[in-house]
Design a protein. Structure first.
Length: 253
């Protein structure tokens, strides 16, 4: 027998899920707006509120600027579709990467993975991300690396991926791209923005010739100042939503 409390709890969960759906759809649109998308490939995901180990991910076949809150696909930890938004296909490699982080990091409410050109370029650089800018120095203490093993279809890779991520919020997938993880969509996108901006600056700086390195003291000072980097989402996310509402409305349906 369903009680009033049960029905109220179900309504609260549906409301919470819709909020996450709307934020994740917004993140997809923002990735497209910034030119970081890769046709129908790469993926952003978010944990569904509630007791089930379910998360939301893009339907395999839609461009990022087409994603809406209702089109997102809900899958379980085994990659089985729980709820389709129309298209029920999900990217197998996306499931491997995202399920690894969601299963291995209880604090990871959202995970974002891109093949954006500058991110891939820096991931393939021998020295990875260098402290060439304030933006990069704010990222370094949050950053880890994972070596390329081929297209992420082997579920065995999940153990190594989560091991290499550790407790970090940003990761360079060597020869592949970038990944960020955070407590929710706004925080995770904020990490993504900082990491991608750092990569873009590095590619441009190195194309100009010899670069200038800051002192070790400056690098360490900036690293210490970066401890609360994720909290910048309280300022950045509302501003990003306003930008999106003016440039690409319609995601929240």
């Amino acid at each position: 027998m369903t009680t009033t409390d049960d029905r109220s709890s179900q309504r609260d969960l549906r409301k919470a899920e819709w909020k996450v759906r709307t934020e994740l759809a917004a993140a997809y649109r923002l990735v497209a707006l910034f030119g970081w998308d890769d046709l129908v490939f790469t993926h952003l995901s978010a944990r569904v509120p509630g007791p089930d180990h379910h998360f939301l991910i893009n339907p395999y076949g839609l461009l990022f600027h087409e994603i809406t809150a209702s089109s997102l696909v809900k899958v379980d930890k085994d990659g089985q579709v729980v709820e389709s938004g129309g298209l029920s296909r999900v990217n197998p490699a996306g499931f491997t990467i995202h399920s690894a982080v969601h299963m291995g990091r209880e604090d990871a409410g959202a995970v974002m993975h891109l093949h954006a050109t500058d991110g891939v370029a820096v991931s393939a650089h021998r020295d990875g991300l260098l402290p060439l800018s304030q933006t990069a120095m704010l990222c370094l203490n949050h950053l880890s690396y994972h070596d390329y093993e081929g297209v992420a279809l082997n579920l065995d890779e999940r153990e190594r991926l989560i091991r290499d991520l550790g407790d970090k919020s940003m990761m360079m997938l060597r020869n592949h791209g970038v990944l960020t993880a955070g407590k929710d969509v706004p925080e995770t996108f904020t990490y993504l923005y900082f990491l991608m901006k750092a990569c873009e600056i590095q590619v441009k700086a190195q194309s100009c010739g010899p670069t200038w390195m800051p002192s070790e003291q400056a690098i360490q000072t900036t690293a210490n100042q970066s401890q609360e980097l994720g909290s910048a989402a309280a300022l950045t996310w509302p501003a990003l939503v306003r930008l999106l509402d003016s440039k690409s409305p319609g995601y929240a349906v």
